[in-house]
Design a protein around this ligand. Structure first.
Ligand code: HXC
Ligand code: NAP
Length: 276
């Protein structure tokens, strides 16, 4: 990992990082970056087997790991997960709110429950995690990282549910940065661009459209899980000790070209799904 060559391997030694949705994809990549710099890591998600497999990968990097199943929509389950994390690893220094759900759906075909489900996982789940971790974060003067998306500030077709949820996350982040700053707690968001090989990309774009995606990105490449891990450790590190309330867009400049290329691809993908 690049980060191991650039930052001290003990940067997060003695620190505890709790990652919601940490069993896979971008969030697991973030967890690995903290583990590689000495942190002990708790990961939560709904699937214990997935968490156990991810925990092995984190242990291979030398971390002490607490894989604990919890649905972020269930406040009691999250509180129990954070208590267990505290017993095993100590108070949380860094909370990463990354659990999310997504699918393509035209707004007029979204049921009320479909819309609510994504808002519940992404937005309510992020609030629940931050609220459940508050006492611990206050003791450690820790920080929170929210994993947002470009849908938060630019409309993307068939993503009304996700746009609303992620925009809510970014405003929640700013409110917490404002209110909890005086307790020494920082809060920031990361907006990943299209990240190669992830569940999110699988759901939102056809692999055949990759060249189209890359063509719409000024830096002319897909993002990697490592790109987001690097942004996360920076924001949680002392290098960013005066940064709070910030939305860090890590997308190779993708947003500069707008969402038209995404919208066209999503239209084709949705049509193909409807035919099958
Ligand atoms: C329309 C859908 C749907 C679909 C589900 N629903 N899938 N509606 N199109 N494709 C509706 C259901 O019919 C139901 O409404 C409601 O949503 C809840 O569905 P459940 O299956 O009961 O929900 P649940 O089991 O809680 O699962 C949540 C989920 C699922 C979001 C639907 O896909 C999931 O678990 N996802 C987690 C993994 C994931 O999505 N990863 C990608 C994150 S990437 P009714 O009315 O029938 O009851 C990401 C990328 C951002 O966020 C940006 C990338 C560039
Ligand atoms: P992913 O692998 O599907 O990650 C989502 C994780 O959240 C999974 O591990 C999932 O595990 C967990 N999760 C889902 N619902 C949950 C719930 N109710 N309670 C607890 N955990 C839950 O997808 P990804 O593509 O890597 O996305 C990760 C994050 O990056 C998300 O916040 C996403 O919005 C954001 N993002 C992704 C992209 C991209 O290109 N992929 C772009 C922008 C933003 P279980 O199913 O086992 O619970």
């Amino acid at each position: 990992m690049l980060i191991q060559r650039l930052l001290p391997p003990d940067l997060f030694a003695t620190k505890t990082v709790f990652v919601t949705g940490g069993g896979s994809g971008i969030n697991l990549g973030v967890a690995k970056h903290f583990a590689a710099l000495g942190a002990q890591v708790a990961i939560c998600g709904r699937t214990q087997a997935r968490l156990d497999a991810a925990a092995e990968e984190l242990r291979a990097l030398g971390a002490r790991v607490c894989p604990v199943a919890a649905d972020v929509r269930d406040m009691a389950a999250l509180q129990a997960a954070l208590s267990r994390c505290r017993e095993e690893l100590g108070d949380v220094d860094v909370l990463v709110c990354g659990a999310a759900g997504n699918f393509l759906a035209p707004a007029e075909q979204l049921s009320a429950n479909a819309f609510k489900t994504v808002v519940d996982i992404d937005l309510l789940g992020s609030f629940n995690a931050a609220r459940a971790a508050y006492d611990q974060l206050r003791r450690t003067q820790g920080s929170i990282l929210f994993i947002s998306a470009g849908m938060a500030y630019m409309p993307h077709a068939f993503q009304a549910h996700v746009g609303a949820a992620k925009a809510g996350i970014d405003m929640l982040m700013k409110n917490l940065a404002l209110e909890w700053g005086s307790h020494g707690i920082r809060a920031n968001s990361i907006v990943p661009g299209p990240i190669d090989g992830t569940e999110g990309m699988k759901r939102l774009s056809d692999p055949g459209q990759q060249a189209q995606f890359v063509g719409g990105i000024p830096l002319q490449r897909m993002g990697t899980v490592d790109d987001i891990g690097q942004a996360a450790v920076f924001l949680a590190s002392p290098l960013a000790s005066y940064i709070t309330g910030c939305v860090l867009v890590c997308d190779g400049g993708q947003n500069l070209a707008g969402s038209a290329f995404f919208n066209q691809g999503a239209q084709q993908m949705l049509r193909a799904q409807t035919r099958t």
